[in-house]
Write a protein that binds this ligand. Structure first.
Ligand code: HEC
Length: 140
């Protein structure tokens, strides 16, 4: 009796673990959609996508032709909100995504609350899974 209770609990844990990895899970599908958008969405710009600069699904660091560093996004969600010297204010991860849409993609930045923006933020946040919040920290 005791054993079967344990076994039932164990299979419930296994079941919930496999459910959270399932594509039908709303958070997982937002992350997957965001990952797709990261490499396919042009936001009506000049045809560039995020992964044109943020290589290796966003985790690879890089360099612009002018030598400016392109940060890896592997800890981005752990270091936002952060001070942006150019904007002279503290910006959120979503603000930064919108800035890259406008400046880097030359597209139309999605409004706050836009599903694609949320999904890209969810994808980028998933890259920081397990990393401690490091306010004031530097990109990796
Ligand atoms: C033309 C190259 C280029 C493209 C395309 C681009 N970015 Fe960026 N991104 C940069 C550079 C350079 C930075 C460094 C900060 C800055 O100067 O804006 C950056 C910074 C970021 C950061 C902040 C990282 C950190 O830890 O400070 C995020 C998040 C980000 N980009 C997301 C995106 C997303 C999402 C897209 C697609 C919508 C995108 N970027 C498209 C060049 C690009």
């Amino acid at each position: 009796m005791k054993f079967s209770k344990k076994a039932a609990l164990f299979s419930a844990v296994l079941l919930s673990a496999s459910l959270s990895a399932h594509a039908g899970d709303p958070l997982q599908s937002a992350i997957q959609d965001g990952k797709q958008a990261f490499s396919h969405e042009t936001f009506g710009g000049k045809g560039k996508t995020c992964d044109a600069c943020h290589s290796n699904d966003g985790v690879g660091p890089g360099k612009l032709p002018n030598g400016k560093a392109i940060p890896s996004l592997s800890n981005a969600a752990a270091i936002f909100p952060r001070f942006n010297p150019k904007a002279k204010k503290v910006v959120t991860l979503e603000d930064q995504i919108r800035a890259c849409v406008k400046n880097a993609l030359q597209g139309t930045p999605p409004e706050a609350g836009n599903e694609k923006l949320t999904n890209i933020a969810a994808y980028i946040t998933s890259l920081s899974q397990g990393k401690p919040i490091d306010m004031g920290g530097k990109p990796e």
